[in-house]
Each structure stands twice: as structure tokens, then as C-alpha cells.
Design a protein around this ligand. Structure first.
Ligand SMILES: Nc1ncnc2c1ncn2[C@@H]1O[C@H](COP(=O)(O)OP(=O)(O)OP(=O)(O)O)[C@@H](O)[C@H]1O
Ligand SMILES: O=C(CO)[C@H](O)[C@H](O)COP(=O)(O)O
Length: 292
């Protein structure tokens, strides 16, 4: 935790919507004039695409669980080191994982490879992480301890799988069968490393469809925002001074389902994020300015 060099992490499974949520944060940073260093969690994978495919085959031969969700396929020690260093000094190293031709072209590298490590820009106001492991804790690392605001993006799993299948087929050139195999292969690590994070998060945004998603593997399209609600759970509402009567007034058709949980129409997810997160981030920056 740091007042001078705060860290915000948005964590969620593959296809959960963390990249989509990142855009909402970038809008808030722009409006608040905040200089945020963005870290993409995929850049802390341990292997590039070709190496990973070989490691997957090797693990399958040995009958051991192995996936991008687990510590064996990610350099989580370096992720914790980045968070610790940034938290203490506002400095660190980052790189990018290039998923497709569009991302790879500017770097002159093939898709499925990492860019070189580079120093993060100096003078940033905060570090913003988006990826799989923003709140991960294992026997070897505790990434969560360095995070000042930890957000979970956790659509109900049938919806998450629909989103992943559609995105991986449309943007990464995979077949529905290949994505389904990936989902199956990742299940052990999903249960042991991804979902436990959502008990540590400060706020979870959980999109719940109001249309049938009973068989996510044959869904023709992703349920739209208007075909869903968003369950927003606050682990400790007092920590950030959450004003539920204000939120209920601002978010039409929202309602409280528990003392720490407000439910909003799916189409209001962006507005809900803005009116919930902006004051939290604004106060974070005020505290930083007083400390500098
Ligand atoms: N709130 C939402 N409403 C409708 N569609 C969504 C929503 N969030 C995400 N999606 C869709 O789900 C798919 C996956 O979203 P996104 O790419 O943000 O996931 P991700 O968590 O970043 O995945 P990965 O970690 O694998 O990169 C995309 O097609 C995106 O358009
Ligand atoms: O989405 C991801 C997170 O789970 C991985 O970053 C992505 O799947 C990398 O694997 P590939 O090289 O096959 O795209």
C-alpha cells in the first residue's frame, strides 16, 4: 500500500471483461488529469505462444494441470516485485504480450511474443494493472498486499465463457472447440488461483444475464448490457465512504440486495463505475498531493 505511489488493480479471468473495464478507468484518468502507468497482466506470462504450446503438451503427457491461470505459467514473483518497487519508489519495469497481428505490427515482432522489458515512465500518479492476477496470493507470492484499490470483474461463469469464446474466435483466430478445450484445461488453476482473488477484492462487478445462457458453448452472441444486471459488491463500504442512498438515487432502477451490495441494470454499468470509482480515485490523488 502506498499514498505517494498508489496501485489500482483490475483482476478477472480471461474473457471476463477486464480490458473493457480498463477503458472505463482510462476515461476517469483522462477527466481527472491523472498520469497512470498501465500494466497488462498478460505480459507476466512465463512463456511466449510457441513455448507455451510445447509446455501444455508436456503437461498433458504427464497428466498435470497447467495453464495461463496458474503460477507455473506466470512470473508472479516479478509482478510482485514490480508492485513492491512501484509502491516504494514509483519506478519499475514493464513489457507487453502481443496477442495478434494488429498488436504486433508496431513492434515488428510476430504475434504471441513479448516486447523487451523497458522502464516505466517517470513521474506517474499511479500504476494501473489489468489482468488475471492483480489479487493473487500463493505460497510464494502475495501480490494483493501491494494493491490500494483491488477491483474484480467477475461475470457469472456461463457469461464469462460466452464472452471468451466470442472474443477469442473474433479477435485471436481460435475455433470455438479450441477455446472450449482451453476453458477445460484451465479449470484447476481457475479454482485455485483466479476465483480466490474475488474474496480479497474491494469491489466486485458481476454481470448477470437476464437471458438464457444455459449452454454457453453454443451461444450465438454475447448478452448485451440491456440483457443483464450488474451485481456490485463492496467488501467494506465504509473503507471508501460508499453512499448507497446517493447511488440508488443516481442509478435508475437500481436496488440493494444486501447491506453491501447494489444491483444496477446492465446498461448502467459504465455510469455506476464512474460515480463509484471517480470519488475514490479523486481522494486517492488528494492524499498523494498532500504527501508529496
Ligand atoms: N460489460 C460488457 N457488456 C458486453 N460485452 C462485454 C462486457 N465486458 C466484456 N464484454 C465482451 O466480452 C469479450 C471479452 O472482453 P475483454 O476483452 O474485455 O475480456 P478480458 O478480460 O480483457 O480478456 P483477456 O484477459 O483474455 O484479455 C469482448 O468481446 C467484450 O466485448
Ligand atoms: O487471454 C489470455 C489470458 O488468459 C492469454 O494472455 C492469452 O490467451 C495468451 O495465449 P495465446 O497466445 O494463446 O493468445
Amino acid at each position: 500500500m502506498s499514498v505517494k505511489h498508489p496501485i489500482i488493480a483490475v483482476t478477472g479471468s480471461s474473457g471476463a471483461g477486464t480490458s473493457t473495464v480498463k477503458v472505463a478507468f482510462e476515461h476517469i484518468f483522462y477527466r481527472e488529469g491523472i498520469d497512470a502507468v498501465v500494466i497488462e497482466g498478460d505480459s507476466f506470462h512465463r512463456y511466449d505462444r510457441n513455448e507455451m504450446r510445447e509446455k501444455v503438451k508436456e503437461a498433458e503427457r504427464k497428466g498435470i494441470p497447467f495453464s495461463h491461470f496458474g503460477p507455473a505459467a506466470n512470473i508472479l514473483d516479478k509482478l510482485e516485485e514490480l508492485f513492491r518497487q512501484y509502491s516504494e519508489t514509483g519506478t519499475g519495469q514493464r513489457r507487453y504480450y502481443l496477442h495478434n497481428e494488429e498488436e504486433a505490427a508496431p513492434w515488428g515482432q510476430p504475434p504471441g511474443t513479448f516486447t523487451p522489458w523497458e522502464p516505466i515512465p517517470e513521474g506517474s500518479d499511479l500504476l494501473f494493472y489489468e489482468g488475471l492476477h492483480g489479487g493473487v496470493v500463493t505460497d510464494e507470492v502475495n501480490v494483493a498486499q501491494w494493491v490500494d484499490l483491488l477491483i474484480g470483474v467477475v461475470p457469472v461463469v456461463n457469461l464469462e465463457w460466452i464472452q471468451k469464446i466470442h472474443r477469442d474466435c473474433k479477435s485471436r483466430g481460435y475455433s470455438p472447440e479450441a477455446v472450449t478445450d482451453t476453458i477445460l484445461r484451465r479449470m484447476h488453476d481457475y479454482v485455485h488461483y483466479i476465483t480466490p482473488q474475488f474474496s480479497r477484492t474491494d469491489i466486485n462487478f458481476q454481470r448477470v444475464p437476464t437471458v438464457d445462457t444455459s449452454n454457453p458453448f453454443i451461444a450465438r452472441d454475447i448478452p448485451t448490457p440491456d440483457e443483464s444486471f450488474v451485481v456490485i459488491r463492496f467488501r467494506d463500504p465504509k473503507k471508501f465512504g460508499i453512499d448507497f442512498p446517493y447511488l440508488l438515487a443516481m442509478l435508475h432502477d437500481s436496488f440493494m440486495s444486501r447491506r453491501n451490495t447494489i444491483v444496477v441494470p446492465g446498461g448502467k454499468m459504465g455510469l455506476a463505475m464512474e460515480i463509484i470509482l471517480t470519488p475514490i480515485i479523486h481522494e486517492m490523488m488528494e492524499r498523494r498531493r498532500r504527501e508529496l
